[in-house]
Design a protein around this ligand. Structure first.
Ligand code: DP6
Length: 317
């Protein structure tokens, strides 16, 4: 029986996707811009089966979300045989990194290749969006820009060529995870914040400013814009009219304080956070090991991984 395997790496948005104008199609309210990371990825193998089944890290998993996704693929590509999907996530479980990004990017690539299709990356990106919005960007290596678009045909990501920027991301894993509020649920609540319109307005100019900062290899500006964007996103969660919430824990705040101190000591250190309490610190590659040592000294229990720009999707036959 033939099997097809694809690997996709996870990505961290420097300008975030936080709100949908169409929840069914995962059409975002704003464009977003990300960096794919070398350290964290998902490898997925698909083969024909008698029912759609999902195995994650060797364990049977709830296939509901994947069923919806396969339905969307079948509607678009034509019917195909049920699939046995086996996924291995090389993402530390407590890291709260968006494994749905690498997972749906790898699944889209493996499934379409399995069907004998050789589709452009932008088409894979558009299809992957139906599984998870952030997956649009995980098909590409380095930086990627997801253009919000206005409909199913026009909302997908592209690679964003940049000069060779010496950027590193320190992924700080914070233990004691609180009960998770999914990204989709978090976005729904955040959109009820009275500040949401301002967020959209700011994201629109920040995405242009971020591209200029990347072209100029201006890491300080990249960091400032990313931190402003991320903290404004988390402020929406706190100011939601409907069931306000936060992903932050006391340790998140401790790490954010430390990032500020590092900056006061003239280091390049800026924080970004996704739908969880973990902090990712943007820095210059030459400063990453020093910052890791500082974190270890002040917060010795936290695991810190240094990640760099990672590759786009790849296949194994
Ligand atoms: C905070 O892609 O996980 O990481 O489309 O509902 O699956 P769904 O959401 P998801 O959201 C990611 C949100 C984020 C920011 C980002 O990656 O842009």
């Amino acid at each position: 029986m033939t099997k097809t395997t694809a690997t996709a790496h996870t990505n961290i948005a420097l300008i975030k996707y936080w709100g949908k104008k169409d929840a069914q199609l995962n059409l975002p309210t704003t464009s977003s811009l990300s960096l794919t990371l070398d350290e964290f990825y998902t490898t997925t193998t698909v083969e024909n089966s008698n029912i759609d089944q999902l195995i994650i890290n060797g364990q049977m998993a709830d296939p509901t979300r994947v069923h919806h996704f396969l339905d969307a693929l079948r509607a678009e590509l034509g019917d195909f045989s049920p699939l046995l999907i086996s996924s291995q996530n090389y993402v530390p479980t407590a890291a709260g990194l968006a494994s749905s990004a690498s997972a749906f990017a790898a699944l889209t690539a493996a499934t379409t290749r399995h069907l004998g299709l050789d589709l452009p990356l932008t088409t894979l990106s558009r299809l992957a969006r139906r599984g998870s919005g952030s997956a649009t960007r995980s098909l590409f290596g380095g930086f990627a820009l997801w253009q919000a678009g206005t409909n199913d045909q026009t909302s997908y990501a592209n690679a964003l060529p940049t000069p060779n920027i010496p950027i590193s991301l320190l992924v700080v894993e914070i233990s004691g995870l609180q009960k998770k509020i999914s990204s989709s649920e978090g976005m729904l609540r955040a959109m009820t914040s009275p500040n949401y319109e301002q967020w959209v307005h700011d994201a629109n100019w920040q995405i242009t400013a971020m591209q200029a900062a990347l072209q100029a290899s201006d890491l300080t500006r990249v960091g400032q814009l990313a931190e402003d964007n991320a903290l404004a996103m988390h402020a929406l969660n706190l100011s939601a009219k409907d069931r306000r919430f936060t992903y932050f824990t006391p340790q998140t705040i401790q790490v954010l304080d430390l990032v500020k101190k590092l900056r006061q000591a003239c280091l390049i250190a800026y924080a970004t956070l996704d739908a969880g309490p973990n902090v990712k610190i943007i820095t210059h590659s030459d400063q990453a090991a020093y910052i890791q040592a500082q974190l270890h000294q002040e917060l010795p229990k936290l695991r810190v991984t240094i990640a760099h720009p990672g590759p786009g999707v790849s296949y194994e036959q």
